[in-house]
Design a protein. Sequence first.
Length: 215
Amino acid sequence: MRTLLAFLLTIAGSFAVSAQGNNNYRPLAHAPWTYEQNLQIPYEQYSICAGDNAVLIATSGHPFPETLWYDAPKGGHLLHTGSAFKVSPKETTVYYAASELYTAERGRDAITVTVTPCQCRQPLDGGLGFVNVPPQAVKLDLAADTETGDLLLHGREAWQGSLLTIQDSQGRELQREILKSDRFRLFGAYTDGVYIVNVTTPEGKVLIGKVRLYQ
């Protein structure tokens, strides 16, 4: 309360000086207290994944003046009022912040939000590395048929016509084929370890699972 009171008294003092006559008149834009209203911006660059959001911060450190957010360095549209602005752009976007008391000479501060189509990196068992998982992927359930040596895909997907790929823990592709049913076999130079099984259905649904091989 003391800080706010002192701030209001400073404003009142500025108007009192202006009322004494033209010799003592100073435009509002150049009053000493306005220089203290430069925005405090902790981050001018944000990087988010597509679909995520970022909270932009730009504050004067006082309850007044407010922070105004625009979509252009001059003119444009007012997007938000307040020191914190939660955004979720679909592509890389620049936002412009200014104090309510900003002047054309002072301009607006630019804050850039970079949007990238991220993939999630999930750890494999035993510290063997990471696998890139597309954001819309779901878990693939697998089982082994010990009598035939086949691997079985669980679920009600249209497995016939789906694309199957298998990678090792370093991301190297070892197998690729078009499925004819809900079962497949491993072929090639497989050794003990964890392998990533990726199935993309004809409808574009991505399912990812893993299989561990033992001797």
